[in-house]
Design a protein around this ligand. Structure first.
Ligand code: GLV
Ligand code: MN
Ligand code: MN
Length: 412
């Protein structure tokens, strides 16, 4: 059985990391940014140089296929991939690994002439990190985009999707046309860094993903009253920020108490209006994110947080705006894909551990249309979504070789 080339894989990872590289390390490469568009053009060149067909769909997803240049139910494909967008000040492996390792596997297969019945395709899904909602490209591909919402989709800095897509030469209204005939996809498997500490702590080289968390994002705004910050007596203030802060602390306690170790929550965006030191905040706005691998638990915690927000608003005599932004459901990985990953790891004498993914991934959308699964490699120190995200080269090599065998087994 052939093996991937770590040198080639690392060369490509390093080349990709230059697009949007930050002076202190790490990368900022948001979907549709000029840095992203340069990386996309580079990737298409690498796909072609590897002897694959390259194409881009109307949502902006990039594909590279063995001998095919479109999806057709007449020749269902086995898909792999991930994403090449990053969070602001992110690392060089989140998403990039799955795309570059997928490309390396297909390159190795084409080069070695390894036999496979089904065509293989590597995908770089656009906007996994959710600049415009969550997992945009794979949602479009899996037929889950709401066309009516596209005109109003905007990033948190206000940039509209229609404008950034037009700048790159795409028509956002056509993004839903990326929907694939589910009969054209015979299976999906994605390699990713774990992004957390569990594999490293367990001393396990490979994680076999059983389920992927659902993620809910809600904009919670407490509406108070602007007032002079010097002259207004403290008891008379209706401070939108303090209500938001009170809610954030209480919601965190609620999720920890009732979610056990299977739910997490975060407040990664906080805005205060008008946002000057001499005005009592009229509005305190939070983006509240919550995750759990269990749909019923996620729904219960979300409802309880809604009731908590109403109680906080009432006690602090401010108004409340509760605006759901996105909701992805937890997904189960296909037993067939899990078994193929486990078999591939065992052929390479690599111990593997079953686990759920605490991060969201495009694989959860693919699970709606095909047998979908993932494998993880350890993240050093559990670090991710930060500039010093890292996995050791031998960990990367092991993961890519497990991916190679899994792809060949699924395509056999
Ligand atoms: C994807 O990076 C996520 O936020 O889980
Ligand atoms: Mn990420
Ligand atoms: Mn990712």
């Amino acid at each position: 059985m052939t093996a991937i080339s770590l040198a080639r894989l690392e060369r490509r990872l390093k080349a990709l990391a230059k697009f949007g590289a930050l002076p202190g390390g790490g990368v900022t490469r948001s979907a549709w940014s000029p840095q992203y568009e340069e990386a996309r053009a580079w990737l298409i060149g690498e796909i072609r140089a590897a002897g694959l067909e390259a194409w881009v769909d109307s949502a902006g997803n990039v594909f590279g296929g063995t001998g095919i240049h479109q999806f057709s139910s007449a020749a269902p494909v086995v898909l792999t991939g991930s994403h090449i967008d990053t969070v602001p000040e992110g690392g060089t492996l989140d998403g990039a690994l799955g795309v570059i390792a997928g490309l390396e596997c297909l390159h190795t297969i084409v080069e070695s002439g390894a036999s496979h019945r089904r065509p293989l395709v590597v995908a770089a899904w656009i906007d996994e990190e959710g600049r415009y909602g969550s997992l945009f490209g794979s949602r479009a591909f899996c037929g889950m985009l709401d066309a009516a919402k596209i005109p109003e989709m905007a990033a948190s800095d206000g940039e509209r999707l229609v404008d950034v897509m037009a700048r790159a030469g795409y028509d956002a209204a056509k993004a839903p046309d990326a929907r694939v005939d589910p009969g054209a996809v015979a299976g999906y498997v994605e390699l990713h860094i774990e992004q957390g500490p569990r594999l490293e702590e367990a001393g396990m080289p490979i994680g076999v993903v059983e389920a992927i968390v659902g993620v809910r994002r809600t904009r919670v705004t407490f509406v108070g009253q602007a007032d002079h910050a010097g002259t207004t007596p403290m008891p008379r203030r209706r401070d939108g920020f303090l209500a938001a802060a009170d809610y954030a602390l209480k919601a965190r306690d609620l999720v920890v108490k009732k979610g056990g170790d299977r739910a997490v929550t975060n407040f990664g965006v906080v805005r205060v209006h008008p946002g000057v030191s001499n005005v009592v905040p009229a509005r305190g706005e939070l983006i509240h994110e919550m995750r759990a691998p269990d749909a019923a638990l996620l729904e219960r915690l979300w409802k309880e947080c809604g009731a908590l927000a109403r109680r906080v608003a009432k006690r602090r005599e401010v108004g409340l705006e509760w605006h759901p932004l996105s909701a992805t459901e937890p997904a189960l990985c296909a037993p067939r894909v899990q078994a193929a990953v486990e078999r591939a790891a065992s052929e390479l004498e690599l111990p593997a551990m079953r686990m759920y993914s605490a991060a969201g991934h495009d694989a959860q959308n693919l699970a709606k249309i095909t047998d979908s699964g993932m494998l993880f490699i350890p993240s050093t120190g559990g670090r991710s979504h930060r500039i010093d995200e890292w996995s050791a080269p031998d960990a990367i090599e092991r993961g890519a070789n497990v991916l190679l065998r899994t792809l060949l087994a699924l395509a056999a």
